[in-house]
Design a protein around this ligand. Structure first.
Ligand code: SER
Length: 315
């Protein structure tokens, strides 16, 4: 098979920035086209501006660059999404439908769609949450992702679009900042520990959520996209897990390296969102079907985060 020509939407988001770089390392700089609504700098190149709702532009880009695969990361996250539900639904769901239509019409090789633990809701069993469980998401973001999962499944069954999907937990990385999510605290806390010595957490101290280190999230994404087609039995978002922790536990782990670090708690509307998600995930399908296994737990992640962020933040 010839080398893929990849399009990434939302390339300048939290995951997009790291995934773009990783795919460029694998396939070469010019094999990966970054697209987003804002451009970072020349390191973004090759880059095209793309509003995901502009179908004509999307089609032109795919044609002009002879795209064979799309990683569709553009979306509005759980907390930000609540400020404008209609816009969030439009971008998250109609953006995906535009990608799926194009993949079908242009017979693209593969599409990646990131789903999330936000598809779960208060009717979902909270511990070791299985793949097929009741979904009653509390946020528009979660609604759009749960519905998006169904559309992915439909396009695979009905049109043979090779779309692959993961339910990411909260993602923590030093390379980029998340924007507008409920799990963002787990990134902010490392920055605050190194710069302020104190963090005011917007979640309650005992709110346990599934989380994953960025390098594991990138590995999972690339492993899934590289897996043999016959091994992919689930087209509506594989459960994916690495670790689960509470704000109190991550703070205690940071304190093992920065003894004077302090945390205080001032829960806001995001607490209710977090409380509607589950605590831990059963990802045995991903492990069995395509060999998923994570490398980082909370202690290892904390060492790596502080190692990378320290020289960046304490110049
Ligand atoms: N990290 C996301 C959020 O908090 C969940 O997928 O919105």
């Amino acid at each position: 098979m010839s080398s893929p020509k990849i399009l990434i939407t939302g390339a300048n988001g939290q995951i997009g920035r790291v995934l773009t770089e990783e795919l460029r390392k694998m396939y070469g700089q010019n094999a990966v086209l970054a697209t987003d609504i804002t451009k970072l700098d020349a390191t973004n190149d090759p880059f095209e501006f793309l509003d995901i709702l502009n179908k004509q532009r999307l089609k032109e880009i795919v044609e002009d660059h002879h795209i064979t695969e799309i990683y569709h990361l553009a979306a509005i996250l759980s907390a930000n999404g609540e400020w404008n539900p209609a816009k969030t639904w439009n971008i998250n769901l109609n953006g995906l439908l535009a990608i799926l239509d194009l993949a079908r019409d242009k017979e693209l090789d593969k599409v990646f769609f990131p789903s999330t633990i936000a598809v779960f809701g208060t009717t979902t069993p909270r511990i070791n949450t299985a793949q097929d469980v009741p979904l009653l998401p509390s946020t528009v973001y979660g609604m759009s992702k749960a519905t998006g999962e169904l559309w992915c499944n439909y396009y695979f069954n009905k049109y043979g679009v090779d779309v692959r999907s993961l339910r990411y937990p909260g993602i923590v990385g030093w390379q980029s900042l998340p924007a507008g999510g409920t799990t963002d605290y787990a990134v902010e806390i490392y920055h605050a520990a190194l710069t302020e010595g104190h963090y005011e957490c917007f979640l309650d101290e005992n709110t346990r959520l599934p989380m994953m280190y960025m390098s594991d999230a990138i590995k999972a994404t690339i492993d899934l996209m590289h897996a043999d087609k016959e091994k992919i039995r689930i087209r509506y978002g594989y459960n994916l897990a690495a670790m689960s922790f509470t704000p109190a536990e991550i703070a205690a782990e940071i304190r093992r390296h920065i003894a004077e670090f302090k945390i205080s708690y001032k829960p806001d509307f995001r607490q209710e969102i977090a409380a509607s998600w589950t605590e831990s995930i059963d990802d045995s399908n991903a492990r069995n079907d395509w060999g998923w296994s994570p490398q980082f737990d909370l202690p290892a992640m904390t060492v790596d985060m502080l190692h990378h962020l320290k020289p960046m933040l304490q110049k």
